[in-house]
Design a protein around this ligand. Structure first.
Ligand SMILES: *Cc1c(COP(=O)(O)O)cnc(C)c1O
Length: 239
């Protein structure tokens, strides 16, 4: 089933990474931003460790996994020495103690309850976990995240928890076809980000805005994303 790290080369991954990086840099220039302002996170859900390691050898510095169980089962086989790992999928309270200490950031905080659980588990390990709060910017029933109008209240409550450091926001907007629609929702998200940042809530640093995936990362960068989460454009489509 699972392959051992082998140093196999995957020219498709190397080529895709080059294309994505180039496109990020090009979009930054177009947006009048510095290419260094946008971090590339490679989404590695369903991807075998051997292929993840190939991307890491090709320079990928941040990876993101959705499921706690899948990540933990692959983790030993991924060369994480110079790589940061983020949890980007929904986190249930009963999985919190398993994942805290195993990732560098949890991007999917969506309730005071889960924020508290992550903080408690972190304090128990003597660490502080960086987190983002996920916003359901498209107000979709099928998506996790807090509604925009609930955000400030959650941040003010979670800011008191000593085991977490809130670094910013994450969003997974609805799938839109047109560039105009994609940009509009990212623009809403960026306004919310700037608005909240302006409130200068103690212990809340708003320096990361995680938005943009394979199909819409250019629009996200145009509208202020600082971290794009890209899966299929690097690793190919997931069957
Ligand atoms: C799967 C996933 C992505 C990447 O999706 P692609 O379309 O493959 O780039 C990004 N963010 C989250 C939260 C995901 O679950």
């Amino acid at each position: 089933m699972m392959e051992k790290p082998s140093g196999n080369r995957y020219p498709d991954i190397e080529e895709n990474l080059k294309i994505v990086r180039h496109s990020i840099a090009e979009t930054c220039v177009k947006a009048g931003r510095e290419p260094g302002d946008v971090t590339l996170l490679g989404v590695t859900k369903t991807v075998q460790p051997d292929r993840i390691n190939a991307a890491i050898r090709a320079g990928l510095e941040v990876i993101g996994e959705n499921r706690v169980q899948e990540y933990l089962s692959k983790r030993e086989m991924i060369n994480l020495d110079n790589v940061r790992a983020h949890l980007i999928g929904h986190l249930q309270t009963n999985k919190v103690s398993k994942i805290v200490g195993k990732v560098d950031m949890i991007e999917s905080i969506d309730s005071v309850k889960v924020a508290k659980a992550v903080s408690d588990a972190s304090l128990k390990r003597g660490i502080v976990t960086d987190v983002l709060v996920q916003v359901n910017i498209g107000r979709e029933d099928t998506k996790h995240g807090v509604m925009a109008e609930e955000l400030e209240q959650l941040l003010r409550a979670a800011a008191c928890f000593k085991g977490i450091k809130i670094r910013g926001l994450m969003a997974i907007p609805p799938i839109y076809d047109t560039e105009r629609e994609k940009r509009a929702v990212f623009s809403d998200m960026c306004k919310l980000f700037i608005d909240i940042k302006g409130k200068n809530i103690d212990n809340v640093a708003m320096d990361i805005l995680s938005m943009g995936m394979s199909a819409d990362y250019r629009e996200a960068i145009m509208e202020g994303s600082t971290l794009v989460r890209i899966g299929s454009a690097i690793f190919g489509s997931r069957s």
